[in-house]
Design a protein around this ligand. Structure first.
Ligand code: 2NE
Length: 259
């Protein structure tokens, strides 16, 4: 069955499934429907024997993904799940598909979008890429894979800096801190990712699946932290403090959290 998607593009070619978030006017932010479609596409690619590697990317050159769609967010997002997004399922499927997933990052990789890139097995970035978290600037946080797993990937002190200061980091800085594997000039990104895919496709699929599952096993407990944390975030979204963060972003002004 071929699925019809509105928010994403899905293509399988020469053993590579490419999943593209296709909302460039929203800097590829995800709404609930985007998450549902991504889950479906990852499930299709994950169990399609013709697919050996999955690439996640964003349409256009402005952004890979900028997290939850703030225009679909008024105390909650617009779908199911404790925060109105099936985010736990989306994060889980990226980890659970028995194939390497590569994040191909151009432009902004921000907020919940950066957590998706973090969860991919590998990240290849264009030099234009900008990485960062914005949750505490907009009354949110991703307290599970966004925080605890990030600390596992880039180190505890660095992860706290990323979340507490909400700065942006260049592609070169992301490589230096271990948030990305490689940075290349923008016009070489597609070819570089294709080379990584070709090398992976030469390897034993079962050995790769076992390697991926064994890497994941060590951080499997974060699923519990995430479930608990996102329930708390669902409650936080009902507060004036969180809603001030969303309003400030929509009104393009600094939030007044301490009034
Ligand atoms: C991405 C960034 C840094 C870009 O900044 P700048 O200054 O270059 O552009 P601007 O004007 O902020 O954004 C350009 C256009 O893209 C839209 C903006 O509203 C703007 O639209 P127009 O005014 O031109 O019409 N845009 C960008 N990101 C959007 C988004 N996520 N949703 C809807 N529209 C978006 C800057 O825009 C930025 O910092 N964006 C962050 C947005 C954000 O708050 N994301 C959610 C974080 S929380 C999250 O993802 C999350 C979580 O933490 C926990 C659980 C689940 C989700």
């Amino acid at each position: 069955m071929t699925a019809t998607y509105e928010d994403i593009l899905y293509e399988v070619k020469d053993g590579v499934a490419t999943i593209t978030i296709n909302r460039p006017d929203k800097y590829n932010a995800f709404r609930a429907q985007t998450c549902e479609e991504l889950i479906h596409a990852f499930q299709s690619a994950g169990w399609d024997r013709a697919v050996g590697v999955i690439v996640l990317t964003g349409a256009g050159n402005k952004a890979f993904c900028t997290g939850g769609d703030q225009s679909a967010h008024e105390g909650q997002y617009d779908g199911r799940g404790v925060i109105g997004l099936p985010l736990e399922e989306l994060q889980a499927i990226i980890r659970n598909v028995p194939k390497p997933v590569i994040a191909k990052v151009r432009g902004y990789s921000i907020g919940g979008g950066n957590v998706l890139a973090l969860l991919c097995d590998l990240t290849i970035a264009a030099e234009s890429a900008r990485f960062g978290q914005v949750g505490p600037k907009v009354g949110s946080v991703d307290p599970g894979f966004g925080t605890a797993y990030m600390a596992r990937v880039i180190g505890d002190k660095r992860a706290r800096e990323v979340w507490y200061l909400c700065r942006q980091y260049s592609a070169a800085e992301a490589v230096q801190m271990g948030m990305a594997n490689k940075a290349v000039p923008d016009d070489e990104l597609d070819a570089e990712v294709a080379r990584w895919c070709a090398e992976i496709l030469e390897k034993s699929p079962t050995a790769l699946a076992l390697a991926k599952k064994s890497f994941n096993a060590e951080t499997a407990h974060i699923t519990g932290i995430s479930a608990l944390g996102l329930h708390a975030v669902g409650l936080f979204y009902g507060t004036e403090e969180s809603q001030e963060g969303v309003r400030a972003f929509q009104e393009k002004r600094k939030p007044k959290f301490r009034d």
